[in-house]
Design a protein around this ligand. Structure first.
Ligand SMILES: Nc1ncnc2c1ncn2[C@@H]1O[C@H](COP(=O)(O)OP(=O)(O)OP(=O)(O)O)[C@@H](O)[C@H]1O
Length: 283
């Protein structure tokens, strides 16, 4: 369980403000943080990571205390078990993809995790390349894999997919969902993209003027139009097989049988009803 109350004075375009956030996050939760520009999303992640120092409050991660103002406890970033991925990838340019991941492994951990991550993030073919030989989407996959290699208590993602084109973003969302399902990391994801939040997060928290103004499931808190799908197909699962990222289903919809790749915590069985809903994305 992560339990926090953090405050920090802010210099905003409209004068002095205050970030004042209280949250509890259960282990394995993927919480999306959204809100208007300047609401304090990046500041909150910087306070959690230790890149910025709060004015008051506390931050407890399981049985560890990372910050406690009354007790004068404040752990610097290198003593916090965090993975942090920003919009720009910040990989080590002189190391290969594999070396970037190996470097992130905590001391004494099993190197087999690197191979598992290369496979999970579809990076096997690129393991010997250096970052400058990769596309933006590939570099961001490496950055995500590297953050996972640290096996952090807390994974902080600050709009990691915002700079990517739509098809690349969708592929990375799938990779992120698969990684989250595999490692069940407690994750805070800053995103402006409601479709992305609805797809990935179990909970969404809106910040406004440095405070939490909404907190619930994406369906409860996101504006209605953004989560209402443009189409809905209802089908019956006729066959289900495990795949690298979840399951490959054969689904009968009317007279058609289609193949669908899904990531889900609860595997589908033949005979289950599957509702396929989606939106049309134009890139
Ligand atoms: N170190 C700092 N000290 C004081 N004020 C800050 C600091 N960093 C940012 N601010 C101010 O705090 C407010 C919140 O900034 P922040 O970057 O956290 O917003 P955000 O919600 O992440 O916005 P965006 O969506 O544009 O990235 C802004 O008005 C910003 O100018």
């Amino acid at each position: 369980m992560i339990d926090l109350h953090l405050t920090k004075p802010l210099q905003t375009a409209h004068g002095p403000g205050l970030l004042d956030v209280r949250l509890t996050v259960a282990p394995g939760e993927l919480v999306a943080v959204y809100g208007a520009s300047g609401a304090g999303k990046t500041t909150l992640l910087r306070l959690l990571s230790g890149l910025s120092r709060p004015a008051s409050g506390h931050l407890r991660v399981g049985e560890e205390t990372w910050y406690d103002q009354p007790r004068s406890i404040w752990l610097p970033p290198q003593r916090r078990s965090i993975g942090f991925v920003f919009q720009d990838y910040a990989l080590f340019p002189n190391m290969t993809v594999r070396q970037n991941l190996e470097f992130a492994l905590p001391d004494g951990s099993d190197k087999a995790l690197v191979d598992e991550l290369l496979e999970l993030m579809d990076l096997g073919e690129l393991a010997r390349q250096r970052p400058q030989q990769l596309s933006g989407g590939q570099q961001q996959r490496v950055a995500l894999a590297r953050a996972l290699a640290r096996q952090p208590r807390l994974l902080l993602l600050d709009e990691p997919l915002a700079a990517l084109d739509v098809p690349t973003r969708l592929r990375l969302q799938q990779a992120l969902a698969a990684a989250h399902q595999r490692f069940q990391l407690t994750t805070l994801l800053v995103s402006h993209d409601y479709a992305e939040i609805a797809r990935l997060a179990t909970r969404a928290v809106e910040l406004e003027g440095g405070r939490v103004v909404r907190d619930g499931t994406p369906a409860e808190v996101l504006p209605r139009a953004e989560v209402t799908p443009a189409f809905r197909l209802i089908g019956t699962v006729v066959a289900a097989e495990r795949s690298a990222t979840g399951q490959t289903l054969r689904v009968r919809v009317g007279e058609e049988v289609m193949s669908v790749e899904v990531t889900t915590a609860t595997p589908y069985q033949p005979g289950d009803t599957l509702v396929l809903a989606g939106s049309v994305e134009r890139g």
